[in-house]
Design a protein around this ligand. Structure first.
Ligand code: GTP
Ligand code: MG
Length: 379
């Protein structure tokens, strides 16, 4: 009826906008190559300090979720023979500890490198300056022994390979979240990784029929070795198995356009998802756990230092952040809340942005003028 007509029109308009956003948001030609070249040059400098050094990229450069000018994430490894044999990633027995020496070498080689030591694990920060071919400067983080990030990056990359609509949705939502200033874990909102997990949950469990299968629910073949099943991190055993060869899976029966899926995403998180009680858990059948069953309800204090993500915390401060106002379980490190960076105000802003987006999507002014001009308006 009439309502279906309105809906279809909203989908169409969002779909058009998504195509335009993808053109603007995707990295400029040669950006990926320039970032990879930058990493290779860095790796060569690292090898002056540690001949077996390798820099392994993770994050959006690998998943395909990179937007124009997005940062480079990589992990420093050494003794790679044992660490990276046949693609299996395990922590080296003697972790690299000459961080100061490495930073000095990088500085002597002309890089503006900085070592962050107030963090739980050390991090080296550098910037690739803008060049005529890549007009945005790009920041680069080198982490150490953050191997779980390589695994979860590969999980996301495998999901991206299942259906091209995942990448398109992530780019759209990241672009929107950046413009609306709700994508800064340093300032109380959610990381890109967190938004990606929200989208994966939506595509596995909420969109009907599902757009993505749950790759962590397939049974591992009996031939899997233990390093492919489990990984010990911070004293916790993480189940890292997921289906890696997706070439034999059938295509999704869901033929929805990006516009339809985007509207569904906004509607679900604006009105249906129970922020108070629910935990997004992409590894679980159904995709939702409760804060109660995860014991993520109470306020908690934690020693300061740097979390795995990008968050600075003042040492020894009891932080209301850890009330876990928004809860997104990491797919492998299940004790880890990816949304722990969200403050009370931050979650409030994310929710009101989702509602604002729905309001704009539904507004029926001629030519969808408000949606077009206001959805991506810089907040
Ligand atoms: P942009 O940098 O905005 O392009 O997005 P990204 O896809 O690189 O995501 P982000 O920089 O937020 O995270 C990079 C990677 O860090 C993710 O792909 C994960 O592999 C890893 N990671 C693991 N745990 C966390 C976490 O709690 N927070 C964040 N931010 N990253 C995590
Ligand atoms: Mg990144």
């Amino acid at each position: 009826g009439l309502y279906d007509g309105y809906l279809a029109e909203q989908w169409r308009e969002l779909d058009k906008m998504a195509k335009e956003v993808l053109l603007t948001a995707t990295p400029v030609d040669g950006e990926k190559e320039a970032k990879e070249k930058f990493m290779q040059d860095l790796e060569a400098v690292c090898q002056k300090v540690e001949p077996t050094a390798k820099l392994i990229p993770f994050g959006s450069i690998v998943t395909g979720f990179a937007t124009r000018g997005s940062d480079i994430d990589c992990v420093f490894t050494s003794n790679t023979d044992s660490a990276l044999q046949n693609d299996k990633i395990t922590e080296p027995e003697t972790p690299f500890d000459r961080h100061d020496e490495l930073v000095t070498q990088l500085q002597e080689s002309g890089y503006n490198a900085q070592l962050l030591t107030r963090t739980r694990v050390p991090i080296i920060k550098l910037v690739r300056p803008a060049t005529p071919d890549v007009p945005d400067s790009v920041s680069c983080d080198i982490g150490f022994n953050n191997f779980l990030a390589i695994h979860n990056t590969r999980l996301l990359r495998t999901y991206a390979a299942c259906d091209e609509r995942l990448v398109q949705m992530v780019l759209f939502i990241k672009w929107w979240a950046k413009r609306r200033h709700i994508n800064s874990p340093y300032r109380g909102t959610l990381s890109s990784y967190g938004y990606a997990l929200l989208i994966v949950h939506y595509l596995i469990n909420i969109a009907q029929p599902p757009v993505l299968p749950n790759l962590q629910l397939f049974h591992p073949p009996a031939t899997q070795t233990s390093t492919e099943l489990q990984y010990e991190h911070n004293g916790n055993v993480c189940n890292i198995w997921y289906l890696k060869d997706t070439s034999t899976l059938p295509r999704s029966a869901n033929k929805a356009s990006i516009g339809e899926l985007l509207r569904g995403f906004f509607e679900y998180y604006a009105f249906t998802f129970r922020w108070q009680n629910d935990v997004v858990s992409i590894r679980t059948a159904g995709g939702i756990l409760t804060k109660m069953e995860k014991n993520w309800c109470a306020a908690r204090s934690r020693p300061g230092g740097r979390e795995e993500g990008q968050v600075w915390e003042v040492k020894d401060r009891v932080d209301v952040q850890h009330r876990y106002l928004l809860a997104i379980e990491d797919p492998f490190e299940t004790t880890h809340n990816v949304a722990r960076t969200c403050t009370f105000n931050g979650v409030g802003r994310i929710k009101s942005e989702l509602k604002r987006a729905m309001y704009l999507i539904k507004s029926r002014d001629p030519g969808h003028h408000r949606l077009r001009t206001e959805l991506f308006e810089e907040a």
